[in-house]
Write a protein that binds this ligand. Sequence first.
Ligand code: NAI
Ligand code: X2X
Ligand code: MG
Ligand code: MG
Length: 347
Amino acid sequence: MAKINFGGVEEDVVTREEFPLEKALDVLKDDVIAVIGYGVQGPGQSLNMRDNGFNVIVGQRKGKTYDKAVADGWVPGETLFEIEEALERGTIICFLLSDAAQIELWPTVKSYLKPGKSLYFSHGFGVTYKDQTGIVPPADVDVFLVAPKGSGTSLRRLFVEGKGLNSSFAIYQDASGHAREKCIAMGIGVGSGYLFETDFYKEVTSDLTGERGTLMGAIQGIFAAQYEVLRANGHSPSEAFNETVEELTQSLMPLVAENGMDWMYANCSTTAQRGALDWWKPFRDATKPVFEQLYNSVKAGEQANISITRNSQPDYREKLEVELKELRESEMWQAGTAVRSLRPERS
Ligand SMILES: NC(=O)C1=CN([C@@H]2O[C@H](COP(=O)(O)OP(=O)(O)OC[C@H]3O[C@@H](n4cnc5c(N)ncnc54)[C@H](O)[C@@H]3O)[C@@H](O)[C@H]2O)C=CC1
Ligand SMILES: CC(=O)[C@](C)(O)C(=O)O
Ligand SMILES: [Mg+2]
Ligand SMILES: [Mg+2]
């Protein structure tokens, strides 16, 4: 573990330097890693591990995603199997179905968890909310998680570019005495940048907060609010969209990613800096109560309940599509489609 100072707080983290790929390959040399589910994390993690030289197979029910796995180079009968066959062959079972679907498949998965096998998650959800999910792993298997902090799509893209997405890791159960090194080896194998330790409860509560908050929910909310105010005051869709979204994603956020907020500010006009420095605190104060409400709702288990109830309905995909369509067809995101089509590299 490397001791790193994060803004005055020291944390022990794992980097690729002290846990190189060769070590990860050695730790898992006798394992068959079975990735169950080929949705978003499934492809990212399995392809990265395969390209890193691990012994990986995929278990996926027949259908569109199975065909996608074939197109990605997984070979039926060799590295691609029906779920039960993959569960039988795997020694590390990567449970990468959607969190709601994991409930339905759990009894099957459990029946293949022979002593000595490992159960791997990318979210603390199933185990933490066991009262609702029924996911209680047998005592004689290792149980751990690696949660990439981003979409499986980015996990793969960054890997292909020679970069990495940071991940958290957590050990829930160490039956073999080797759970920790196996878990970290998996984290390195899936293409993580650096790895930081957490536990299943903290992983799920922070993750549910982040995705409902600044990463996805809050950002759309704040975009919509500003866009609506600009439009109500006579600004064109082009002006409102550029001033709300396009400039942020194309120009300013890459600068924040590169060198932090103050550096982005420093590369803007003194006029903008003055305004941003005056206004960030009112925005923080206005939204903090909503974040507190959100965190409390996560803590109370309400957000997990909503996800389970809504996402386990047979028509949940159709219903989600209706809501995604509403976003897509809103004037703001329609303007976005037009703006993107005008990017010089696209025309
Ligand atoms: N989407 C992402 O990038 C991230 C996901 N995670 C976590 O990774 C895990 C996997 O999530 P995603 O990749 O988003 O899942 P997903 O929803 O994209 O994948 C679902 C997969 O499960 C299969 N499936 C669905 N219902 C099934 C059923 N009843 N029986 C058998 N197979 C079924 C589908 O065919 C598909 O392959 C979850 O725990 C999630 O919270 C963690 C970080 C990011
Ligand atoms: C991409 C990610 O890490 C999320 C937002 O937490 C998720 O997809 O669940
Ligand atoms: Mg999440
Ligand atoms: Mg997440």
